[in-house]
Ligand binder design. Structure first.
Ligand code: F6P
Length: 476
């Protein structure tokens, strides 16, 4: 498998040369001289479409990027992931989140866990004594289920859903406010069951139960069954080593979301993601949406020099998407050594940020339009309303084309030529959201291979944790 530095690939050098040509070109000219551009640079998979015509790429850049993917052995690496080979080499682990949504083709243990999840969720949704579910977890053990519940909402149940992730006691206080211990169920999600924030919140929730039976009021989702039992939980759902936290919303970590969505919508979520898995593993690179998303990102970061990337969902329901993607992209690809341990001479993951449109238009969009650092944008539109769609389109158009009238005073001119993609969901439901999240997962995978890094470990978060423990121990 290719683990050589990408900047030694012939296509990388050609892209670097070709960039000089692109520097002098304008999106506005490309659109006016090429009437077919808007429809040609667009591709779709089952109700999710990406329009990348406003990226600063021409046919030659796209050709070279696709060649680069080949030279990086993307198809071989992708096959290795789907085959369950231990591609997370620093931890000697396979990377198996796609198996969680493989339906009948999923391994028996995964199907058995999903069956248990469905049965537990059915029991919880049908229990008239329960009023609230409080989900405790952080990072990948919280961001996914929280996004799903916030985006899709609960249906078929009157249960209330709350989340606490921060070690600041206020977070749990807020999650428990107005709840009655008798009618509250706590789901503790922690792969390791050693994360201090989650354990502190779990201990505090236990105290709040004032002596009530932990086994009755807690469910755990973890790969560390022993620690969960020691805590007093008896209903424990497993989380295999091969499922990274930030790839785990499809697993038992999604139990809280399953309780809110109901089994049919959770199944639709998994089916949407599975459809993208099939697309990712079989579509040619030129039409493969996650591959294109990954390649366009590499072009923007490594050849056009963009240090950040904004994701702007034009949907209040998707307001948590940027936070979810921050962990997915930056914890996966925020790396400075390659698979061979060599210090990188090229940039990897950009800083991902964003907020829901149209709210951001009245704050940071000033910088997007006239700031000194062009920021590539993903506009995510979900067919919510004509008003939202029109605003997203207006922003994308203005960023790309800018102003043309030189009689305007300088402070009113927009330079334009600022790249964006528009990802359009036919509607916001479980299936389309499953598709969207899986597209981003495979985009991250593609970039990890292009950059020759391991996207599935996260050693960079450990030193700070140890240091906090040391400071606390000194103060005690
Ligand atoms: O500290 C980072 C991290 O390990 C993430 O990778 C993970 O998603 C999160 O903490 C939670 O970890 P756990 O599920 O083990 O509590």
């Amino acid at each position: 498998m290719n683990t050589s530095p990408p900047d030694q690939c012939p296509s990388w050098a050609r892209l670097a040369q070709y960039r000089e040509r692109i520097r002098g070109t304008r999106l506005a000219d490309w659109f006016s001289s090429d009437r077919g551009r808007a429809t040609r640079l667009m591709t779709a998979i089952g109700g999710v479409q990406i329009d990348y015509s406003r990226q600063r790429v021409d046919d030659e850049v796209l050709r070279l990027l696709v060649q680069l993917a080949d030279q990086r052995a993307l198809p071989e690496w992708r096959a290795a992931m789907f085959e369950g080979q231990p591609i997370n080499t620093t931890e000697q682990r396979a990377v198996e989140h796609t198996r969680l949504r493989a339906g009948d083709r999923a391994p028996a243990d995964i199907r058995a866990t999903l069956e248990r999840m469905r049965s537990i969720a059915g029991r919880i949704r049908g229990d008239p004594r329960l009023r609230r579910i409080v989900h405790l977890g952080t990072g990948g053990s919280a961001l996914g289920p929280q996004l799903l519940v916030d985006a899709l909402g609960a249906s078929g149940t009157d249960l209330e859903f709350r989340f606490a992730a921060n070690v600041d006691p206020l977070d749990l206080e807020r999650a428990l406010a107005g709840a009655d211990p008798e009618s509250t169920l706590v789901v503790v999600a922690s792969k390791t069951f050693t994360t201090r924030e989650t354990l502190a919140n779990a201990q505090a929730a236990k105290r709040w139960l004032s002596g009530r039976d932990v086994a009755k009021h807690f469910i755990a989702v973890t790969g560390n069954e022993r620690a969960a039992r020691e805590f007093g939980v008896t209903e424990i759902l497993p989380l295999p080593d091969s499922i990274g936290g930030r790839y785990s919303l499809w697993s038992a970590v999604g139990l809280t979301a399953l309780c809110a969505l109901g089994a049919d919508r959770f199944d639709a979520l998994l089916a949407g993601a599975h459809a993208v898995d099939e697309h990712f593993s079989s579509a040619p690179a030129e039409r493969n949406i996650p591959v294109l998303m990954g390649l366009l990102g590499v072009w923007n970061v490594n050849f056009l020099g963009s240090p950040t990337h904004a994701v702007l969902p034009y949907s209040n329901a998707l307001r948590l998407l940027p936070a979810y993607l921050q962990q997915l992209e930056m914890e996966s690809n925020g790396k400075c050594v390659d698979r061979e341990g060599r210090t990188l001479a090229y940039a990897t993951a950009p800083v991902l940020w964003g907020a829901e449109g149209t709210v951001g238009q009245h704050s940071f969009h000033q910088l997007l339009h006239q700031g000194t650092q062009p920021v590539p944008v993903d506009f995510v539109v979900a067919g919510v309303s004509a008003e939202l769609d029109a605003n997203a389109q207006a922003q994308a158009e203005t960023l790309a084309l800018g102003t043309t009238d030189d009689s305007w005073p300088p402070h009113r001119r927009h330079p334009g030529n600022r790249p964006s993609s528009t990802i359009r969901l036919e509607r916001l439901d479980a299936r389309h959201l499953g598709q969207l999240l899986a597209l981003y997962e495979h985009k991250v995978f593609t970039q990890g291979i292009l950059w020759n890094i391991n996207s599935f470990d996260q050693w960079g978060v450990e030193l700070g944790k140890a240091e906090a423990r040391r400071i606390l121990a000194k103060e005690a």
